[in-house]
Design a protein around this ligand. Sequence first.
Ligand SMILES: Nc1nc2c(ncn2[C@@H]2O[C@H](COP(=O)(O)OP(=O)(O)OP(=O)(O)O)[C@@H](O)[C@H]2O)c(=O)[nH]1
Ligand SMILES: [Mg+2]
Length: 184
Amino acid sequence: MNVPTNKCLIVGDISVGKTSLTSRLITGVSPDPTDTIPDVHEVHSVESKIGERVVALLLTDTGSSPDSQKLYEHAAVVFICFAINDVTSFDHVKSQWLDVVRSHTKSDVPIFLVGCKSDLRAEEGHIVVENRTARALATEIGAINYIETSSYTGKGTKELIDEATQASFPKKVSKPLRYKCILQ
Ligand SMILES: Nc1nc2c(ncn2[C@@H]2O[C@H](COP(=O)(O)OP(=O)(O)OP(=O)(O)O)[C@@H](O)[C@H]2O)c(=O)[nH]1
Ligand SMILES: [Mg+2]
């Protein structure tokens, strides 16, 4: 059976956790921090359901400077990632990544702002981007949502896949409209 599949592009600064997030979304388990994490444009598909309909997102991980137009082609949803303990990566969402994404994709492509490494909130000594600050940025840039994730604990990862799947697949109109609209 052919599963309808939409491309999901994952971008963000170097080392914010894009590959670890991709791995977590695919395998459902925490990536081993001692593993060599490949910096390649790997694609993997993750299935989920919208009602009874099985659909999939083709997760497209990127390196820290994905400038090839080809990479962005057919993206149906984009995750712009930053690490919550890396303020510079947060600043770059607006000053760099938003322009890159907007200039390479269709203007109505849904964007999710993704805060990676949320487990570090619990650790002292980390300068962290506050949740409300990130939410404000998500609203400002017209993102569908701000979702905080941890590849280590799994926090937010199911929510992210579910919402991204919903956002990237147009709703099916199950019944034809019964009434005509009469303008007076
Ligand atoms: N605490 C914590 N560390 C993480 C998490 N995700 C990734 N890391 C660590 O952050 C570092 C970078 O992770 P990657 O997944 O390689 O980040 P990346 O964005 O793919 O990096 P580049 O491809 O080089 O741009 C690694 O040391 C990971 O172990 C997380 O959820 N929590
Ligand atoms: Mg990577």
